[in-house]
Design a protein around this ligand. Structure first.
Ligand SMILES: [Zn+2]
Length: 422
């Protein structure tokens, strides 16, 4: 056994050169809080009837990476506040710093860089453990080419089920910031709306489409927008301007995903990028519910004649926990040192975050506990496992399974209704 979690074994009686290994693909659905990653293999089954071959995309392994961007952001704010306070104290003269405020090209805030780094590092791990031959990543919300910019989109209301319909919807959601154009409502169901009604000669071009909540859509009906917004000239001007704004506006470019895509090129295997519209289209066409792991499975092209079969029954939940802190003091709310922490992070051979098993023979904690350990200098450890927290376990009952690697692990079942392999 090479690793406990994720479970990895190494075959010692042969090596890669002497084996015939089918390649697998890594599919990534990057999100702001969670990133879904799936390992898939497309397997072709010959049939006697037409079509003469059917391709089944089999999900071999799924994991959900839970980022800690908000924690990092909070800590950076706290640090900035401490520094600000320290510098504004009237202690001694400090020359103002102006020359060191330049950020390098491609700089990302630490909370976003962490997303790129952890996703990259998981793909690198998977590449070490499995024969990855290609990487598919959802890089944009919608595909500019699939929209065929400038060409009228014929009767998009009736094309909700098509790939183009999904791309149009994704485009409009980004372009109009997921809000009703007329009242600004967000978090409500939005409908595609013709700014100039079709009954008055309005086209299906993207520049004539917007999003409206149901009440606004009903109220506007087939009025021209100039009549509907007669009392609100500023809103009217904004809507007309926004509709004509070019495709590549700021909201379209997602810096994190593009950085991730560029870094994934380092692995030397083809990296294919796809749109979120296509993922949604694939997912709904194959009747899959929305989870990050299933989204990852549906990233990329699923040609006609391909079924998504064989969905992993369990998903590994990987939460980014960090590796503790360098600071060996705790501060009070003013930033003054309050508590001294121990100089060392290891006690009795264990560090906080190690994956351990403990078999306690007697007492109120009697039994076997598996999980992440939090060490204490007293030798009484806490273990957080699938069944919650157990406290005060003596270190001599504890046995190491895996060293802390900056991640916490758990599992969840994928919906059993859709898990029946085909
Ligand atoms: Zn509205």
């Amino acid at each position: 056994m090479a690793r406990q979690t994720p479970f990895v074994i190494r075959l010692k009686d042969r090596d890669a050169e002497k084996s015939e290994v089918e390649g697998v693909a890594v599919r990534i659905d990057p999100g702001s809080r969670e990133t879904g990653i799936a390992i898939t293999a497309d397997i072709a089954y010959p049939l006697t009837a037409t079509p003469d071959v059917i391709v089944s995309r089999r999900g071999l392994y799924s994991l959900e990476l839970r980022h800690r961007g908000s924690q990092i952001r909070d800590k950076m704010h706290l640090r900035a506040a401490y520094r600000h306070r320290r510098r504004s104290r009237k202690t001694r003269y400090r020359a103002p710093r102006y020359s060191n405020r330049q950020r390098p090209e491609g700089w990302l805030p630490p909370s976003l860089k962490h997303r790129v780094d952890t996703t990259y590092s998981w793909v690198r791990r998977l590449q070490k453990w499995a024969p990855v031959t290609e990487i598919h990543i959802e890089r944009t919300s919608f595909d500019v080419h699939a929209l065929s910019a400038g060409v009228p989109l014929q009767g998009i209301e009736y094309q909700q089920g098509t790939l183009q319909g999904y791309e149009v919807r994704q485009y409009l959601l980004e372009h109009w910031r997921r809000r009703c154009a007329y009242c600004g409502a967000s978090g409500v169901a939005l409908q595609i709306e013709h700014i100039r009604p079709r009954s008055r000669g309005g086209s299906d071009r993207l520049s004539n489409l917007t999003l409206a909540c149901e009440p606004c859509n009903l109220a506007k009906g087939s009025f021209p927008v100039e009549v509907f917004l007669k009392g609100e000239p500023r809103r009217l001007a904004r809507i007309l301007g926004q509709a004509k704004a070019p495709l590549r506006d700021a909201a379209v470019m997602n810096a994190t995903r593009w950085t991730l895509w560029r870094r994934l090129q380092e692995f030397g295997v083809p990296v294919h990028s796809w749109s979120g519209g296509r993922t949604k289209y694939n997912r709904s066409r194959h009747g899959l519910p929305k989870t990050h792991s299933l989204d990852a499975l549906a990233v990329g092209d699923v040609p006609d004649g391909t079924v998504i079969g064989g969905i992993p029954t369990t998903v590994l939940l990987v939460s980014c926990t960090g590796r503790g802190t360098h600071a060996r003091t705790r501060t009070d709310k003013h930033g003054f040192p309050r508590l001294k922490l121990p100089r060392t992070k290891q006690f009795f051979g264990y560090a906080t975050g190690d994956l351990v098993t403990a078999t306690v023979p007697t007492g109120k904690n009697a039994g076997t506990h598996v999980g992440r350990v939090a060490v204490r200098s007293s030798g009484r450890f806490n273990i957080r496992g699938a069944h919650g927290l157990v406290q005060g376990i003596h270190h001599r009952h504890v046995r190491l399974l895996q060293r802390a690697d900056g991640y916490g692990y758990a599992r969840r079942a994928e919906d059993p209704q859709i898990s029946a392999p085909r």
